[in-house]
Design a protein around this ligand. Sequence first.
Ligand SMILES: [Zn+2]
Ligand SMILES: [Zn+2]
Length: 99
Amino acid sequence: MRNCQWCNQPFQTKVSYQIYCSPECRDDATKEKIADRYAITRRQKRQGKTRLCKSCKKQLSMYNDEPLCDKCLINPGDVSKALKEIKGIANGKPFEDQQ
Ligand SMILES: [Zn+2]
Ligand SMILES: [Zn+2]
């Protein structure tokens, strides 16, 4: 008896290397592994590029998916202008139209 590595259900196995209770669990686990690898690849691609905070121009961490640094993200008072610009990007409008 062992527990499935995906759904954690106990299951019987004849082969010692089986770690999932069913093909469905194995498939789901494989998909997640691929998604994980994709996220890592995306991060690695970012490593060469320098991204700067839209508000304070501080260099952004490669783990940061936002256009703002951690400080600006938690301090919205300082970044209202930057946030407006981001909204402009989201709406697909140039910044000049925002005034
Ligand atoms: Zn399972
Ligand atoms: Zn910042």
